[in-house]
Design a protein around this ligand. Structure first.
Ligand SMILES: CCCCCC/C=C/CC(=O)SCCNC(=O)CCNC(=O)[C@H](O)C(C)(C)COP(=O)(O)OP(=O)(O)OC[C@H]1O[C@@H](n2cnc3c(N)ncnc32)[C@H](O)[C@@H]1OP(=O)(O)O
Length: 243
């Protein structure tokens, strides 16, 4: 599956909805057992959540957007398919989250392709289920440091901390993803799927129990004037970077 939402594959409401629909279709197709997630645009895997969905909108929109994000996370994290992320570009914040909920991550070796949960750099806080996903992958201490500092790791460091499973030359990314997929598909589906469910259930349950409260929390947080100002300033900085 190729992410395709120009210019930076930001996770807009429409994109999240389409991703969930496509995942459902693939899961209902008995001929499909695995999925490689990559970007149509080498250089950018995903810029994360679409900042335009979080700026200057009304509370009902924020609630709808957050619910769609939760839906996407729940769908992909619990997918019965083998999901391999072939990360062919920068992967900040929500882009990193999307990679973390796959079963295996391969990052192309390019110093510009940084990955991490950088929310604090925007003056916002990664929600508990982003944090849980990261802790499950790299452990508590490394997550505490990475989350507080909003670290974006270049490939060698991402590999060292365990944020990705492999770093390969850019021209080997797709072939490596296919050979990793073959290795995972050699395991009987039912055994692998039950094991995945067992490993991920506590994290899923944590969110499921608090879904409504998490939406309310997001809406009230993002509606604050101070947060709106921080997000606007960050967007402005991104735009000024060009000039
Ligand atoms: C309890 C409450 C909790 C709240 C928690 C909320 C959690 C949020 C998680 C997130 O995902 S927030 C989003 C964080 N994302 C980022 O910090 C990435 C920002 N983008 C970049 O760093 C760069 O754009 C890039 C991805 C490295 C690509 O760089 P490049 O130089 O190739 O492109 P740009 O010129 O920077 O961008 C092109 C164009 O796209 C706009 N844009 C970039 N990122 C986003 C985004 N996330 N959402 C919306 N729009 C984005 C950028 O402004 C440019 O627009 P322009 O109009 O062409 O100037």
């Amino acid at each position: 599956m190729k992410l395709k939402n120009p210019p930076v594959n930001s996770l807009s409401l429409e994109m999240l909805t389409e991703l969930v629909i496509n995942l459902e279709k693939l899961e209902n197709d008995k001929a499909v057992r695995g999925l490689v997630l990559t970007s149509e645009y080498p250089g950018i895997f995903s810029a994360g959540l679409d900042l335009m969905e979080m700026c200057g909108r009304n509370p009902a929109h924020y609630a709808e957007y957050w619910k769609a994000l939760q839906e996407f996370w729940l769908k992909l994290y619990q997918s019965s398919l083998v999901v391999v992320a072939a990360i062919n570009g920068a992967s900040p914040a929500g882009g990193c989250l999307m990679s973390l909920i796959c079963d295996y991550r391969i990052l192309a070796d390019n110093p510009k392709y940084t990955i991490g949960l950088n929310e604090t750099l925007l003056g916002i806080v990664a929600p508990f289920w982003f944090k849980d996903t990261m802790v499950n992958t790299i452990g508590h201490r490394a997550s505490e440091r990475a989350l507080q500092l909003g670290l974006l790791f270049p490939p060698a460091e991402a590999l060292q901390v365990g944020l990705v499973d492999q770093v390969v030359p850019e021209d080997k990314l797709q072939s490596t993803a296919l050979s990793v997929m073959a290795q995972w598909l050699a395991i009987p589906d039912h055994a692998r799927q039950l094991t995945k469910t067992m490993m991920r259930k506590p994290t899923v349950d944590h969110l499921v129990k608090q879904r409504d409260a998490d939406i309310q929390n997001f809406v009230s947080f993002v509606s604050r004037d101070s947060i709106q100002k921080s997000l606007q300033m960050y967007l402005q900085k991104l735009r000024q970077k060009k000039s």
